[in-house]
Design a protein around this ligand. Structure first.
Ligand code: ATP
Ligand code: MG
Length: 356
């Protein structure tokens, strides 16, 4: 029986999480999978205000035994600066649980008008695979001659063979299950040491996957191609910084941030993986009951995939498509041109899951 830790966090995280949990429970039950959710009330700003930290001491052992973590959103910048809340919670999970792959599917859904107006469902359907533990976000470096006019700041990019190869292999394995193409994001014309190394590892790894087509682009033109030729892409593998940028640009190309899911994966299974919507806590709409719950529910589908219940995951995606295609304005949330609420949209999807 998979054990899942539900951590709603802050703002709209608390509003969309119950619907995500319910959707997973309903579909899992129909597939004979007994999932067991346990809720945790830390990694939020109230907890920080009471304890001066985002997570309890010993959180690693508290969460380490779970199969997955289902996460909402964290952050409330009026009370705690974002770098404190983020570094104190989500980034701890990613690093301590070695979730070295960050996955973001980017897909235009029915009924959602993308900013690329001549595109529709089927035109954009790619997966960004971001390296999640090293690279440009290494924390190695420092400031010298502080306070003088010789002051200088430097930060190293760290690429290890293990770190680069494992994320690339993961990307190729994903491509084998999809349309069999991997694109590498590079910048070896400007970054003269680490990016040529990235390219050389891409060449080495690709030789193990002869059935998968490859290409590579420098990050600047790749960003332009995301907008102009999104149909070129199946799986895109990128370093931590480039992947961070692409995995915001990708969902932006598909319409609203409210529907986009993501996964932080520890592929070895030694530690729990974490599933969360791409959006943040959205203080501007929190408390109004109008947050789109699809990002959270779709993240639940990715979690079911990871738990081996792929058919259940597909059912969630189909239910989301069905409800969007029906396009009932009373059901849809305001970000996708409806007049409904988190509850009406979430329950409509759950109703489809009950009937399927
Ligand atoms: P973070 O730094 O955690 O990503 P952020 O403030 O940069 O947070 P979000 O919290 O995702 O970004 O909010 C960005 C914008 O998108 C806000 O205007 C917010 O209202 C909107 N938004 C985010 N999530 C949703 C959602 N689920 N439904 C509707 N609108 C959303
Ligand atoms: Mg943000």
């Amino acid at each position: 029986m998979p054990k899942i830790a539900a951590i709603p966090g802050d703002g709209i995280g608390k509003e969309v999480m119950p619907l995500g949990v319910q959707a997973v429970e309903v579909v899992a039950q129909r597939h004979g999978l007994d999932v067991d959710f346990e809720w945790f009330d830390f990694a939020n700003v109230e907890y920080f205000q009471q304890h001066g930290q985002m997570l309890p001491d010993g959180w690693q052992s508290q969460l380490g035994g779970f199969d997955s973590i289902f996460f909402g959103a964290v952050g409330w910048p009026q009370v705690v600066p974002d770098h404190v809340s983020l570094w104190g919670s989500l980034l701890q999970f990613r690093r301590q649980f070695d979730q070295y792959v960050n996955l973001r599917p980017c897909k235009i859904l029915p009924g959602i008008t993308p900013p690329l107006r001549d595109r529709g469902p089927g035109d954009v359907d790619f997966l960004v695979v971001r390296e999640n533990t090293e690279g440009e976000y290494s924390n190695a470096g420092g400031v010298l001659f502080e306070g003088t006019d010789r002051e200088l700041a430097m930060q190293e990019t760290v690429m290890t063979r293990i770190g680069v190869d494992r994320v690339m292999k993961y990307a190729f394995a994903q491509a084998q299950k999809r349309r069999k193409k991997v694109t590498s994001a590079t910048k070896s014309n400007g970054i003269s040491i680490t990016m040529p190394y990235w390219d050389s590892r891409f060449e080495a790894v690709q030789s193990d996957y002869p059935g998968v087509e490859t290409d590579r682009f420098h990050i600047d033109i790749l960003a332009a191609h995301f907008v102009q030729h999104p149909e070129w892409f199946d799986v895109v593998v990128a370093s931590n910084l480039f992947g961070d940028i692409l995995s915001d640009l990708g969902p932006a190309c598909t319409g609203t941030i409210g529907v986009a899911p993501s996964a932080n994966i520890n592929p070895t299974g030694e530690f729990p993986s974490l599933f969360e919507p791409v959006h943040g806590s959205a203080p501007d709409i929190a408390g109004k009951g109008v947050a789109n719950p699809i990002g959270q529910i779709w993240s639940g589908a990715m979690m079911l995939d990871h738990l081996g219940a792929e058919a259940a995951g597909r059912e969630i995606e189909t239910a989301i498509d069905d409800v969007l295609r029906a396009a009932d304005p009373q059901v849809l949330t305001p970000d996708i041109a409806g007049q409904g609420t988190t509850e009406t949209l979430g329950q409509a999807i759950i109703d489809v899951l009950r009937k399927e």
